[in-house]
Design a protein around this ligand. Structure first.
Ligand SMILES: *[C@@H]1O[C@H](CO)[C@@H](O)[C@H](O)[C@H]1NC(C)=O
Ligand SMILES: *[C@@H]1O[C@H](CO)[C@@H](O)[C@H](O)[C@H]1NC(C)=O
Ligand SMILES: *[C@@H]1O[C@H](CO)[C@@H](O)[C@H](O)[C@H]1NC(C)=O
Ligand SMILES: *[C@@H]1O[C@H](CO)[C@@H](O)[C@H](O)[C@H]1NC(C)=O
Length: 395
């Protein structure tokens, strides 16, 4: 080969290599804006998809308002958007349940679920029990989904007889950790800590300190049982009473979700309520990570188990009940579950895009055996996080 030819070869090889690199980068960078929606066929790779929409179709419900006192104004934008949504046909041949009592148990991921119920209420023009519990005379409401103490008299006043009652529990030590780190500042300003390891000290003094009524309910001993029903301290000692308590709760609640199995719980719930998948999708939030085990020893964890024994019994009871109910579902439960997880991931990914990109496109979700087709747009994304701040509920 002559020098000349060799140089030509090198030259063209370089051109080819650069083209390949350029094309690969182009495809890689381009893909996120370009993907097809969650087709129902499970074997297909599920990818986010943003269909460009015309400028005139851009509806922005809220432009990242931080000031919650201005929220009421934005609710008008959400209402206009909702009223313009296409009418939904019935997806299944059952009628969706619209009357819900949701026990928003503290530190059990209850905000994620409350969001779902409030969004459903908003999109379907339902009445939500006011936070103040100042009820309009002779008025029944559709949905109760805020934090409040267990009071059956109050619930009966506010809600119709056919209300679907739903509870929520979480693995108690995991709930404890979540509560401790959430309320840490408050605990430190209330309790007489004397060491550096506050978590350990709190656990050592758990029986005494966690009873303080100055502390939020979420950190108290057996707090989930206190929020779920009529708890009394005798339940810690008397197994007969404890059994009666759990049976009572089991008869009372139509469904008890398990925070550690949120997706499974939601899929079951959707089936029980005859809702559409669109009604239960949610945006995953990164939750606080903390490694409590490095602060405490296993003996303290065991002691916590004794102190919180009613909550452990409650958790085990309803966790078993949920597992049994899952076992009774058809095989397509797991197909739906997998699809639901993917869908939530995609919606989160779409909604977390910068607002400028997000508001010029929509995510289209094709119909599936569990859902009519639907569109996720900027307003839907915002609604998923803003709904808790709404004040203009129908009453
Ligand atoms: C509702 O059903 C009607 C008649 O079956 C159909 O024409 C219409 O497109 C459906 N609407 C939606 C939003 O799916
Ligand atoms: C429960 O609610 C009723 C009716 O609102 C009220 O009269 C009663 O004091 C409440 N009970 C407790 C223990 O808060
Ligand atoms: C359980 O039983 C008692 C009566 O023994 C009742 O007052 C209470 O409201 C019941 N329900 C729950 C969920 O605790
Ligand atoms: C537990 O409570 C029941 C009544 O609820 C009582 O009959 C029984 O004696 C109690 N058992 C113990 C060991 O205290």
């Amino acid at each position: 080969m002559t020098l000349h030819r060799r140089m030509r070869l090198v030259f063209w090889s370089l051109i080819l290599a650069y083209s390949v690199i350029f094309l690969t980068l182009y495809v890689l960078l381009k893909v996120p804006n370009n993907l097809r929606v969650v087709p129902f066929e499970m074997e297909k790779t599920v990818r986010p998809y943003a269909r460009e929409i015309a400028r005139s179709d851009v509806k922005i419900c809220r432009r990242g308002v931080k000031d919650s006192s201005r929220m009421a104004r934005y609710e008008e934008a959400y209402e206009a958007w909702r009223d313009g949504l296409p009418r939904r046909n019935a997806t299944f041949n059952c009628s969706p349940k619209n009357h819900i009592l949701f026990r928003k148990v503290h530190k059990c991921g209850s905000t994620t679920l409350a969001n779902i119920f409030l969004r459903y209420a908003f999109l379907n023009n339902l009445r939500v029990v006011p936070f103040s519990f100042n009820l309009a005379p002779n008025q029944k409401y559709d949905i109760l989904a805020h934090h409040c103490g267990f009071n059956e008299t109050r619930f009966q006043k506010a809600l119709p007889k056919d209300v679907f009652k739903m509870g929520l529990v979480r693995e108690p030590f995991s709930k404890f950790k979540s509560a401790f780190f959430f309320y840490q500042r408050r605990l430190e300003s209330t309790l007489p800590f004397s060491s550096d390891n506050h978590l350990k000290e709190f656990l050592i003094n758990y029986d005494k300190w966690s009873q303080s009524l100055k502390l939020p309910v979420g950190i108290r001993r057996n707090s989930m049982s206190q929020e779920m029903g009529t708890y009394h301290e005798g339940l810690r000692r008397n197994r007969t009473d404890l059994k009666a308590f759990l049976n009572n709760l089991s008869n009372y609640y139509d469904f008890v979700a398990i925070q550690d199995r949120t997706d499974e719980s939601l899929v079951l719930l959707r089936r029980r309520l005859c809702w559409d998948l669109r009604d239960i999708v949610y945006r995953r939030k990164l939750t606080g990570k903390y490694n409590a085990e490095s602060f405490v020893d296993s003996e303290l964890i065991t002691r916590h188990k004794t102190s919180d024994s009613v909550d452990f019994a409650l958790y085990n009871y309803f966790n078993n009940k949920l597992m049994k109910e899952i076992a009774q579902q058809n095989n397509d439960f797991y197909v739906e579950l997998q699809y639901f997880k993917q869908l939530n991931g995609q919606i989160t990914e779409f909604c977390e895009q910068p607002r400028t990109i997000r508001s010029n496109s929509v995510l289209e979700v094709e119909r599936s055996p569990w859902s009519a087709g639907f569109t996720v747009d900027d307003c839907f994304c915002s609604l998923m996080t803003d709904i808790m701040e709404f004040k203009r509920w129908k009453n």
